[in-house]
Design a protein around this ligand. Structure first.
Ligand code: GAP
Length: 510
């Protein structure tokens, strides 16, 4: 299936099977805002839990908090968001469409990257077993040309944005001949900065109201609580504070379904370290986070690191873990070495000391921070789109199946009576009564069993359990596995064990 078709299928499947709805759909929706439906909310909750356990439960020196969305407005002055949380935007005069200038340039560079990759694939085919990719990449003139062009362009863009030289960003777009992806026009306006924070007011009367912002990242709720958590939790450096929660950005170029939303959820962790040790921990978290992604089995080839040329205002090293979405490799998670920028800034603006007292040296210092930050909705999209498959079966028919990792599947098992009589529904309901304490399970008696299997395949339910007449004789049922469609006969008393083996955090996370 072409990537564009696959993406359309992902969006329609998400709606049809109760995962994601457009927000306020009856009023024609609100752009780049989405609601999670009955199955979506379960998948999202399970992803959040999978992250939380891996970060908080698996590290004795990491604790979680849940800070408020509304924060004192000085927070955003200190963090630099009021002055610097901008996107460089450019309009096309003919199509009247608005784009992020940096994204247009990055997309151009990605095309160069794809050209280089094509050369590598061609050479791999030509040379077969004896192919040495490293040597080829460092000697082939075309690959070298594409890679160095890409590097030069990204470095120039980073420099221009850093120096606020927006005229040069426009010039770069013109020099590269970048056209509006929709209309093909190259008739561009100048580049302008646009602040992404949503403003709101606190207070009853217009005179006394205080200007507030909806938080654009959860991280600041962690920084302002650094000392509270460190003291009350008796935390010693290095230690981390984790948080999941909503963030809001007035994304002007909001496209690609739940990839770029105006209201979204982040899962962030700030790891406080001794100054000078930040690069060691930066590498540690790069590896640890990639391993977390790989543990879900979506395919190693679907991830890559993208080290930043243009750093955010607070970072001294930064990388993205990119995922191969249906529209190409894009950022899924950011790992940033944020130095002591945030704690120092909050110290300055609040007048409160945000430092750690080191008993070994009898000295105070401001810790450095390594941050891991992943969008929950983006993770949802990565998993959902990667899991959606259309398979041709042996008999020539096809099935649509959502091969979600079992640990994340919204419904772990569906229980069916073969027929709606002879006491079979009662046994099926009794099985549900037993399983429901540990697992989200559903009962289904409508249509032929084959049709019920297809329904559960499309929802992503890993197990279907069928109660038939033999069950009445020997207390066994048929359990059918979603991915292989294999069926086996097991004792009712064994069902819970099978579900446990397939969905235990220990098995998936270790
Ligand atoms: N505290 C650092 C921070 O917020 P970021 O790179 O701006 O860094 C982190 O955001 C992650 O949040 C991204 O990697 C992405 O997964 C997610 N994210 C950011 N903006 C988003 C949006 N508009 N919609 C959905 N997810 C978003």
């Amino acid at each position: 299936m072409a990537n564009e078709d696959l993406f359309k299928k992902v969006i329609s499947h998400a709606k049809e099977y109760g995962y994601i709805f457009q927000s306020s759909e009856i009023y024609d929706g609100l752009s780049a805002v989405y609601d999670y439906a009955q199955n979506g909310v379960e998948l999202k909750k399970n992803i959040r839990e999978y992250w939380w356990r891996s970060i908080v439960f698996m590290h004795q020196n990491i604790v979680g908090i849940d800070a408020a969305i509304l924060m004192h407005p000085t927070t955003w002055k200190a963090s630099g968001h009021i002055d610097a949380f901008n996107d460089p935007l450019i309009d096309n005069k003919d199509s009247k469409k608005r784009y992020r200038a940096d994204v247009l340039i990055e997309d151009y560079c990605e095309k160069l990257n794809i050209k280089a990759q094509k050369e590598i694939i061609k050479a791999k085919k030509r040379f077969g077993e004896s192919f040495n990719e490293e040597e080829f990449v460092s000697t082939n003139s075309r690959v070298i040309k594409y890679k160095s062009q890409q590097k030069e362009i990204l470095e120039r863009m980073a420099r221009s944005l850093e120096n606020e030289d927006l005229a040069d960003v426009k010039l770069l777009i013109e020099e590269l001949g970048i056209a509006d992806p929709l209309s093909g026009s190259k008739n561009w306006t100048g580049v302008k900065q646009f602040n992404l924070m949503f403003g709101t007011k606190l207070g009853a009367s217009a005179e006394s109201a205080m200007d507030l912002y909806l938080r654009p990242e959860t991280a600041q709720g962690i920084f302002v609580n650094f000392l509270n958590v460190q003291k009350t939790g008796r935390m010693k450096i290095p230690f981390g504070i984790a948080q999941t929660g909503k963030a809001f950005r007035n994304e002007i170029v909001a496209r690609q379904f739940i990839f770029r939303m105006r209201e979204f959820e982040q899962m962030e962790m700030q790891f406080f370290v001794k100054p000078g040790e930040e690069m060691k921990w930066y590498e540690y978290w790069k590896e640890t986070r990639l391993n977390w992604h790989l543990s879900l089995g979506l395919g190693e080839e679907n991830y890559r690191f993208h080290d930043h040329e243009k750093m955010a205002h607070y970072a001294n090293a930064a990388t993205d873990i990119e995922f191969n979405f249906p529209f190409g490799f894009k950022e899924l998670e950011g790992i940033h070495s944020r130095t002591d920028f945030d704690l120092k800034a909050h110290e300055e603006y609040s007048g409160k000391k945000l430092q750690f007292f080191d008993h070994e040296t009898n000295k105070n210092y401001t810790p450095y921070v390594v941050e891991t930050s992943i969008g929950l909705d983006r993770m949802f999209l990565a998993i959902f789109s990667n899991s959606l498959k259309t398979e041709v079966l042996e008999d020539g028919s096809s099935r649509v199946v959502l091969k979600l990792p079992e640990i994340l599947a919204p419904i772990k098992a569906a229980v069916f009576p073969l027929v709606k009589k002879d006491g079979l529904p009662e046994i099926a309901r009794q099985i549900i009564e037993e399983l429901k304490w540990e697992y989200n399970v559903v009962y289904d008696e409508k249509d032929a069993v084959g049709k019920r299997y297809r329904r559960q395949d499309a929802v992503g339910t890993p197990f279907c359990i069928t109660v038939d007449h033999q069950t009445k004789e020997d207390n066994t049922v048929t359990i059918r596995h979603r991915d292989t469609m294999r069926q086996e006969r097991i004792a009712i008393s064994e069902i819970s064990n099978q579900l446990k083996n397939a969905t235990s955090f220990k098995a998936w996370l270790s």
